[in-house]
Design a protein around this ligand. Structure first.
Ligand code: MGD
Ligand code: SF4
Length: 728
């Protein structure tokens, strides 16, 4: 795509979307249009990534034959991405987990015994009772990712524990959210509160939107660009979105904060910041100004390798379009260990441009509340326990790595059981050997998954969940610009084999634990209907349309709607007294990070538009399109090393760890010569995943080192270096 055709096709898409106000007749009457009686369509939402776009499943003779985007969905607006369209590949994957299984061998060397549900759940309940008696309920942890996790959190609470963590915090967007929270008293949401479609200037740091296919967000950025927004993308790699930018700044990795601080200084020193906005809404301006004096464009050039003229030019361009500027906060933010401070730098930049709560910057989201299932007994009193993350004062959520640490060491207190819901921990957490060590110290590891992933081989009991097209699930609420979306997940077809939904599993297990009163729902549909009833939400409409949209409050600052900042001062904190009190830098300070030695490359990784982490790597509709990952290598470097395009190579990291498999080289001009790049999620090690096992290589096999963010415990994984090893 050239920038022109890319924008043209996106513009057409936007026009189509704008015209839709209710589910088109043609779509709803799909079943009636045909003479056949055994056809139906079921609105629900996607789980092939966390964007959760609304979709409509077309069912023929009891089989899903196609999925389309639900035009009413704010997350997808009638469209599905490549992965979302591959729903049938997830539903009809013959490798799926089919029955409960009990490991009669060792963790890591399993010997599987097929079990009945009763047998598996009785075993788990018995172990849980024993663990509670011996170590207390808080020794059980839940590590989770995905919509169904809320049922497992409910089970955990009913049992008496609050110990749950998601890799999406410490291994992903936690540093970003904490950085913004410390500055504005609010995070940036998911979906993010970026007002891209109305932006006049967009700046992205390493966000490869489009490859990182966040449906409505990609539509928004494309629509903003089609309307004339200018864009600067800062990335060591010419990502797809960078190729549509006005300026691509191929920054030296690990130096982004230098650029951000130089921009902050420039806006202040050239008087280009929004003085009225800062005076009215912010505090700590003088402290900020004093702290950034050293960060001149000349200095930033030496750190980042971006010419000083370009640094100045972009700062002035941003200022010219302010406040309709969105300097994106990114999503995967666990980069180098000072990630909260980098995110705070981005937050401060937006504040100087006056773009928080302004059209084209960041909007104020509209939310909706759906009450819990009525009449549930109060949770048991949890003991006042020290948070495992005590060392990290702004660990807003528990981190997975602290659970891992407590499991291995028993400190600050023992953790003896894990439930792992929808997370392939072997590929998700850095330092795999540490994860294995922790698992070997447990008394119980239960995995709830749809696929026989790497983590399954370390489990004691495996509970097969049915896929998102076969189940009711919890209600999903999304916050958007002036609107909120309430979405339903409902089954298009019956669960295959003996797989079951989470609402059923926790109810049965709860009963066996003697906690039946916490699980009073009859079934998944009644659970949703009762919550709707309690919140005055029309369940029949939700069931029919898949989503209900609620109109909401003003998305921007107006005379009537002034922002309330949830910070201690009630203002935007440019200089953070709360950080200073805890011994951290009140204004982000630049520190140098190690750079690769001669012959080494920094290992960078990211998202494929056709896969989500490892969860889609076995999907036959997607493996047809992309079955392995490639190693992006600078073409000139390749020539120097005698490596040709299409050669297979091994990688060896700074600790001498070699990739178990080989990866195919892609020589390209689109990358700096001090890095290599690959898609994350490949290199699965699980024989039962017949299309994914050992296809491509895994970044996670080479991430033997992580830097921990001292503010919130995030584990950054981009400080690993590799050399290329040629060989058969
Ligand atoms: P996946 O590898 O996709 O990612 O971490 P994870 O969420 O662990 O594993 C998802 C698991 O959910 C799979 O086992 C899949 O089979 C299962 N699953 C899919 N659908 C369902 C379902 O409906 N029900 C159940 N019960 N299970 C289901 C992601 C995390 O990883 C994140 S958010 C980020 S941003 C980080 N990215 C990242 C990286 O890029 N590189 C490295 N090395 N590590 C990373 N860790 C983080
Ligand atoms: Fe599904 Fe794609 Fe939407 Fe993610 S962005 S929820 S994979 S359609």
């Amino acid at each position: 795509f050239s920038r022109r055709t890319f924008l043209k096709s996106a513009g057409a898409a936007t026009a189509g979307i704008a015209a839709v106000t209710s589910m088109p007749k043609k779509m709803l009457s799909w079943a009636e249009d045909t003479a056949q009686k055994d056809m139906k369509q079921v609105p629900t939402f996607c789980e092939l990534c966390f964007w959760n776009c609304g979709l409509v499943a077309k069912v023929e003779n009891g089989k899903v034959v196609k999925v389309d985007g639900n035009p009413l969905s704010l997350r997808g607006r009638g469209r599905l991405c490549g992965r979302g369209n591959a729903a049938l590949g997830a539903l009809y994957d013959p490798d799926r987990l089919k029955y409960p299984m009990i490991n009669t061998g060792k963790r890591g060397e399993p010997v599987w015994k097929r079990a009945t549900w009763d047998e598996a759940l009785t075993l788990i309940a018995g172990k849980m009772k024993g663990i509670k008696e011996k170590y207390g309920a808080e020794s059980m942890a839940l590590i989770y990712h995905g919509t169904g996790a809320s049922f497992w959190k409910h089970l955990l609470h009913a049992y008496g524990s609050t110990l749950s963590a998601a890799p999406s915090f410490a291994q992903c967007r936690g540093p970003r959210d904490v950085g913004f929270y410390l500055t504005y008293g609010s995070d940036v949401g998911s979906p993010e509160y970026y007002d891209f479609s109305k932006s006049k200037y967009i700046v992205l740091f390493g966000s490869h939107l489009g490859e990182n296919a966040h449906n409505s967000q990609v539509q928004d950025i494309v629509s903003g660009l089609a309307d004339g927004a200018k864009m600067t993308v800062v990335d060591p790699r010419l990502s797809n979105i960078a190729s549509k930018a006005d300026h691509w700044l191929p920054i030296k990795p690990a130096t982004d904060l230098a650029l951000i601080l130089a921009w902050i200084r420039l806006l202040i020193e050239e008087g280009l910041y929004d003085k009225e906005y800062v005076a009215k809404y912010a505090t700590g301006f003088d402290g900020l100004r004093a702290a950034v004096q050293q960060y001149t464009p000349e200095w930033a050039e030496t750190e980042t390798t971006i010419p000083k003229e370009m640094i100045v030019k972009v700062a002035r361009e941003m200022a010219k379009q302010a406040p309709h500027v969105c300097v994106g906060a990114g999503r995967y933010a666990a980069w180098y260990g000072d990630d909260v401070q980098r995110s705070r730098g981005i937050a401060i930049l937006n504040a100087l441009l006056g773009s928080w709560g302004r059209k084209g910057g960041y909007f104020f989201p509209t939310g909706a509340k759906v009450p819990e299932y009525p009449g549930l007994p109060a949770y048991p009193e949890h003991e006042e326990v020290a948070k495992l993350d005590g060392a990290y004062p702004y660990a807003a959520l528990q981190t997975t790595t602290s659970i891992r640490q407590a499991s291995s060491s028993g400190k600050p207190r023992p953790v003896k059981a894990w439930f792992v819901y929808g997370s392939n921990l072997m590929k998700t957490m850095p330092e795999k050997q540490e994860t294995i060590k922790a698992i070997q110290s447990l008394d119980l590891l239960v995995t709830i998954d749809t696929m026989p992933m790497d983590i399954i081989n370390y489990s004691d009991v495996v509970l097969p969940e049915c896929t998102y097209l076969e189940r009711h699930d919890n209600i999903n609420v999304g916050k958007f610009n002036g609107e909120a979306e309430i979405a339903i997940r409902q089954p298009a077809v019956e669960p295959l084999w003996e797989s079951k939904p989470s609402w059923w599993m926790v109810k049965e297990l709860g009963s066996k634990l003697g906690l039946a009163e916490y699980f009073p729902w009859k079934n998944g549909e009644e659970y949703i209907a009762k919550r709707c009833e309690a919140g005055g939400i029309d369940y029949a409409q939700l069931k029919r349309d898949g989503v209900i949209i609620k109109k909401g409050g003003a998305p921007y600052i107006t005379a009537d709607s002034q922002p309330e900042f949830g910070t201690p001062s009630g203002k935007i904190e440019l200089y953070s007294e709360q950080l200073a009190e805890k011994g951290f830098d009140p204004v982000p300070k630049y520190t140098k990070h190690p750079q690769p030695a001669a012959g080494q490359f920094r290992l960078l990784f990211g998202r494929s538009p056709l896969h989500t982490f490892s969860r889609t790597t076995n999907n036959f509709m997607l493996t047809d399109l992309q079955k392995e990952n490639h190693l992006w290598l600078n073409a000139r470097k390749g020539k120097e090393l005698g490596v040709k395009d299409g050669d297979y190579v091994f990688l060896e990291n700074q600790d001498g760890v070699r990739s178990p498999g080989r990866i195919k080289v892609k020589l390209t001009q689109r990358l700096r010569d001090d890095v290599v790049y690959m898609y994350h999620g490949f290199g699965v090690h699980a024989k039962a995943m017949t299309r994914a096992d050992n296809r491509g290589i895994a970044d996670d096999d080479l991430i033997t080192k992580s830097a921990v963010d001292p503010i919130m415990g995030g584990t950054s994984m981009r400080g690993n270096f590799v050399k290329i090893v040629k060989g058969a």
